[in-house]
Design a protein around this ligand. Structure first.
Ligand code: ZN
Length: 317
């Protein structure tokens, strides 16, 4: 490679909800994540974009949602992020979560093992496919800092993204873009699947690729994932990624300033929308870190339209 740039791991995941109020209750009160930013979709300011994460909304801990009540249900199939794995630490922690899910009526499939690693598959109230995975205390990508006012004791807290599982019709072209263009490599623990990782490797950096049981094209909707974002360390490397992806013949957007980070987007050959986002500047750029997510935050270019935007949003209860 001419330029030695590395994807630092998973940056965030953006999914679709049809019920922002219920979404906030589940991710904050049941999963114990912090709502670090309450803002709008910059491409459609009539809907909320909610960002959940650790205490600061560190890159790698963010799970975000567009509120699209009219989107219709997600249809699983080929060309989507099928499963989102969140990291926790320790077998005892997973057992604690089994009890918590029972208390809160969360649908789950019980503790399971994969390549010697314990995980707990579950769904959110809209059918979003999720897992809690024991990260074994791995620190290649350090886990996030739990929010000390959160609903879950710090020792059991979700520490961020562990991996995403992509479902695609053909594994090879997707794997090739991840390895040849984005610099991913095969992980050691394969468990019969194609598992790739980047940067320091391990939890927080992994992409799993599989073929879905139903070979129909996925249709993004409520309870599904819209895109997955990977980490660029800084603006210089971010621009290099933009050039490299373009040079590989993929249709990539120009750099877009999302205010909390910079973004580029492209669709990989299997149909999954990928984003590369910068680690900074982060969520404390326009709010006191002690009061993140309490009020509607708007980037400066939308601030002049605040009254109109607020009037157009479906209230969150
Ligand atoms: Zn994104």
């Amino acid at each position: 490679m001419a330029e030695h740039i590395t994807i630092g791991g998973l940056h965030h995941l953006t999914a679709v909800t049809g019920n922002a109020s219920g979404n906030l209750r589940f991710y904050r009160q049941v999963l114990g994540l912090r709502l670090v930013k309450r803002t709008v979709n910059q491409d459609d300011v009539s809907v909320y974009h909610l960002f959940y994460g650790d205490a600061q909304g560190s890159p790698g801990t963010e799970v975000t949602f567009f509120d699209w009540p009219d989107a219709g249900p997600n249809r699983p199939g080929a060309g989507e992020v099928a499963t989102v794995s969140l990291r926790v630490t320790g077998q005892e922690t997973l057992e604690w979560w089994v009890r918590r899910f029972a208390e809160h009526g969360v649908a789950h499939n019980g503790l399971q093992q994969r390549a010697g690693v314990s995980f707990l598959p579950f769904t959110d109230p809209e059918g979003q496919r999720l897992e809690l995975v024991d990260d074994g205390g791995a620190t290649g990508v350090p886990g996030g800092t739990p929010w000390d006012e959160g609903a879950v004791p710090a020792q059991y807290a979700v520490r961020g993204l562990s991996s995403v599982t992509l479902h695609v019709r053909d594994i090879a072209p997707t794997e090739q873009v991840l390895t040849d263009v984005l610099g991913f490599r095969r992980a050691d623990d394969q468990d019969g699947m194609c598992v790739l990782e980047s940067g320091p490797g391990g939890p927080g950096t992994q992409v799993r690729i599989a073929r879905p049981s139903e070979q129909i094209p996925a249709r993004t909707g409520i309870g599904g994932v819209h895109h997955v974002a990977f980490r660029a360390a800084n603006d210089v490397e971010h621009e290099q990624w933009q050039r490299r992806i373009s040079a590989a013949g993929l249709a990539v957007t120009p750099v877009i300033d999302r205010f909390y980070f910079r973004s580029i987007y492209f669709r990989e050959p299997g149909g999954v929308l990928f984003e590369i986002a910068t680690d900074g500047p982060g969520f404390a750029t326009d709010e006191d870190p002690a009061h993140l997510g309490e009020h509607l935050a708007l980037p400066p270019f939308l601030e002049p339209h605040r009254a109109k935007i607020e009037a157009g949003l479906r209230p969150i209860e």
